[in-house]
Design a protein around this ligand. Structure first.
Ligand code: TNX
Length: 538
C-alpha cells in the first residue's frame, strides 16, 4: 500500500518473514490457575521491581472495608475505583470508609521515607493475613498499586456479575517503581475516527499495565478530529470522513476535555498531535488559503502518505499554526504538544527546516514543550524538544546518526521502533488486519529488545521511555484495536516499567499467558499467538 514510499521496507519484510519461521517454538499450555492458590506474588505484568513473598496473605471477604484517610480526596477516589472493580464480581459491599480501624484494605498516600524513595509513581503493596495495604507518595503511585492488587486477584474479579471466590492476594511485600518516566501509547483517531467511549476503553486497558501517556494523533490527511473555534471547518468539514469514506467525526472541546480528565483519573497524560507540515490534506481541503496555489484539494479517504504539505512560505500558515496550537495548548494540562513532522515528502528539506524553525517557538509561546517524530532531528530541535524515534531494522545509518547526534546534544528520545513497537504491524502472514512495511512483529519480537541500548551511541539517559503507536488505516472497531494491541501492548508497557534485570522472554511469556483469563473476562479480543503458552481453555 505505502511501499513506494518505503522501498527498503519491502526488503525488510522479506527478511523478517524468513526469520519468523524459525523463531516460533511450539508452546505448551500452562496449567489453569488452581482455584485454591492465589497468583504467586509478583506474577503480574509489568514485572515489579522488588518482590518479597511470605506469610499467609490477605483474603477479601464480605466483611472487608476499604479504608482511606479522611484528609486526602485521592485516597477516597481510588478507594472507590478499586471498589468499583471488586463489588460486581465479589458481590461484597466493600464500603469505602475513613473510619480508623484495624484490618481490611488500606489505601495511603504518605510522605514517609519508604514511599519517597520510590518516587512519584512508585508504591508498596503489603499483603498479610490481617490487612492489605497499598501505600505511595503520590496518587499516581497509589493507582499503580491498585492495578497490581487487581492483577494479583483471580481474573474473575474483572467480571461484571457475582463470581465464586476465594479472593486472595498472596502474602508478602511488593516495592515497585518504573524504569522510565515515559510509557506511552498512541492512538490514530484520524485514519479512522474513534468516539470518546472507545478511547476510554483503551485508556482503561493502558492503565491496567501502568502506562502513563496517551498520545492522540488528532490530524492527518484523512481527517481532522478536534474542534478549533478559530478555524471551524477543520473539524466540521476536515473531520467529515475517514479511510474508506465513512462518516468520520471529531471531538468537541467538551468531549476532548472529558477524554483528558478521564485519562488523568487513570494516571495518563494526554499528548495531542497535530501532524505538520505533511499529513495535512484534511486541513488543506478545509481552507483553500492554506494551499500554495490557493485551491482546496478534495477530502482524502485512501491510505497513501507524503502527498500533502502546508504552504511554508505563506504568512497565513503561521497564523493557522498559532491559532491551532493556542487552542490545543489551552486544552492540554500536560507539558507537551506533538507537532508531527514525519514523512513530509512534499516539502523540501529547506522548507521543512524553515517550518520547524517557526513552529517550535509557537509551542513554547503557549507554555508547552515540543514533541516530534524523529525527522525533527534533521531540522533544529528546540532545546527541550523530545524526538520520537520510529525507525526500524532497515533504517539507514545516516538517519540514525541524526537522531543519535541530537541525543548527544541533549535532545530526549522516546523509542517507538516500528519493527518492535508498532502495534499496527501484522503478527504474521495470516493476520487479517494491519500493515507489513516494517515486517511482521510477533509477540516475542515486540518484547525482546532493550530501550536502554537500542539506539547505539545515544546516551542511556537521553531515553525518556517507550511508546507503542497504533495506526488505524486498517482498524475501525474496538475489537480491531484489541486484536492488534493484545498481547503486544503489555510487552511494551513492561519494557517501560520493569527493571532491565527482570527482562526474560521465557519468564515473561508465562506471566503474559496468565493475563489471558483477565482479557477474556474484560471482553478483550486478543491474538492467540503460538509463541505464548496460553492456559488450557476451561
Ligand atoms: C508511518 S510512523 C507513519 C504513519 C502511518 C504508519 C503506518 C509515522 C510517523 N508515520 O503515517 O500511519 O507508518 O504504519
Amino acid at each position: 500500500m505505502r511501499q513506494h514510499h518505503r522501498t527498503a521496507c519491502v526488503i525488510g519484510s522479506l527478511l523478517l518473514i524468513a526469520a519468523a519461521g524459525t523463531s516460533s517454538s511450539a508452546a505448551t499450555p500452562t496449567k489453569a490457575p488452581d482455584r485454591a492458590g492465589p497468583t504467586p506474588l509478583g506474577q503480574i505484568v509489568p514485572a515489579p521491581m522488588k518482590v518479597e513473598p511470605g506469610g499467609a496473605g490477605f483474603e477479601i471477604t464480605a466483611k472487608t472495608p476499604i479504608r482511606v484517610g479522611s484528609g486526602n480526596p485521592d485516597e477516597r477516589r481510588l478507594g472507590e475505583y478499586l471498589a468499583g472493580i471488586l463489588r460486581p464480581s465479589t458481590g461484597y459491599r466493600l464500603p469505602v470508609t475513613d473510619r480508623e480501624g484495624k484490618g481490611g484494605i488500606r489505601l495511603r498516600i504518605s510522605a514517609e521515607p519508604e514511599n519517597k524513595v520510590l518516587g512519584g509513581e512508585g508504591y508498596r503493596v503489603i499483603s498479610t493475613r490481617g490487612s492489605l495495604t497499598i501505600t505511595s507518595w503520590s496518587s499516581t503511585g497509589l493507582l499503580h498499586g491498585v492495578q497490581t492488587v487487581r492483577q494479583q486477584l483471580p481474573a474473575a474479579v474483572e467480571k461484571k456479575t457475582p463470581q465464586r471466590g476465594p479472593w486472595r492476594v498472596a502474602g508478602g511485600t511488593i516495592k515497585d517503581m518504573p524504569r522510565y518516566a515515559y510509557r506511552g501509547a498512541m492512538l490514530d483517531v484520524s485514519r479512522h475516527f474513534f468516539p470518546v467511549e472507545h478511547v476510554k476503553r483503551y485508556i482503561d486497558q493502558l492503565a491496567l499495565y501502568k502506562m502513563n501517556k496517551l498520545h492522540l494523533h488528532l490530524s492527518d490527511d484523512q481527517g481532522w478530529r478536534i474542534a478549533i473555534d478559530s478555524w471551524p471547518r477543520l473539524a466540521t468539514y476536515g473531520g467529515s470522513t475517514q479511510v474508506g469514506g465513512g462518516p468520520g467525526g471529531h471531538y468537541t472541546k467538551d468531549q476532548y476535555k472529558d477524554i483528558v480528565a478521564y485519562a488523568a483519573s487513570r494516571g495518563l497524560q494526554v499528548i495531542p498531535e497535530i501532524d505538520m507540515p505533511g499529513h495535512t490534506n484534511a486541513a488543506l481541503a478545509s481552507y483553500a488559503e492554506l494551499n500554495c496555489n490557493g485551491v482546496a484539494p478534495p477530502l482524502y479517504t485512501g491510505t497513501n502518505v507524503g502527498f500533502s504539505s502546508l504552504c511554508v512560505n505563506k504568512d497565513v500558515t503561521y497564523k493557522f499554526v498559532d491559532d491551532v496550537v493556542r487552542e490545543l495548548a489551552a486544552l492540554t494540562p500536560g507539558g507537551s504538544v506533538h507537532i508531527g513532522g514525519d514523512e513530509a515528502h512534499s516539502t523540501s528539506h529547506e522548507d521543512f527546516v524553515t517550518f520547524m524553525g517557526k513552529v517550535q517557538p509557537v509551542v513554547a509561546k503557549y507554555g508547552k514543550t515540543v514533541m516530534g517524530w524523529h525527522q525533527l532531528a534533521g531540522a533544529k530541535p528546540a532545546k527541550d524538544a523530545v524526538v520520537q524515534y520510529w525507525g526500524y531494522d532497515r533504517t539507514g545509518q545516516a538517519e540514525r546518526d541524526q537522531v543519535v547526534n541530537a541525543a548527544k546534544q541533549g535532545t530526549k528520545l522516546v523509542l517507538s521502533p516500528a519493527d518492535r513497537a508498532y502495534l499496527d504491524m501484522k503478527y504474521d502472514k495470516d493476520t487479517p488486519l494491519g500493515l507489513t512495511w516494517a515486517g511482521y512483529v510477533e509477540v516475542q519480537r515486540a518484547y525482546d529488545w532493550d530501550p536502554g541500548t537500542y539506539l547505539q551511541g545515544a546516551p542511556a539517559d537521553s531515553v525518556l521511555g517507550v511508546e507503542a503507536p497504533l495506526w488505524t488505516e486498517t482498524l475501525s472497531t474496538p475489537a480491531h484495536l484489541d486484536y492488534m494491541a493484545f498481547p503486544r501492548l503489555p510487552g511494551i508497557a513492561e519494557l517501560g516499567w520493569s527493571p532491565a534485570a527482570t527482562h526474560d522472554w521465557g519468564a515473561y511469556k508465562g506471566r503474559l499467558a496468565g493475563q489471558a483469563p483477565r482479557w477474556d473476562a474484560l471482553g478483550i479480543n486478543y491474538y492467540k499467538s503460538p509463541q505464548v503458552p496460553w492456559p488450557a481453555e476451561r
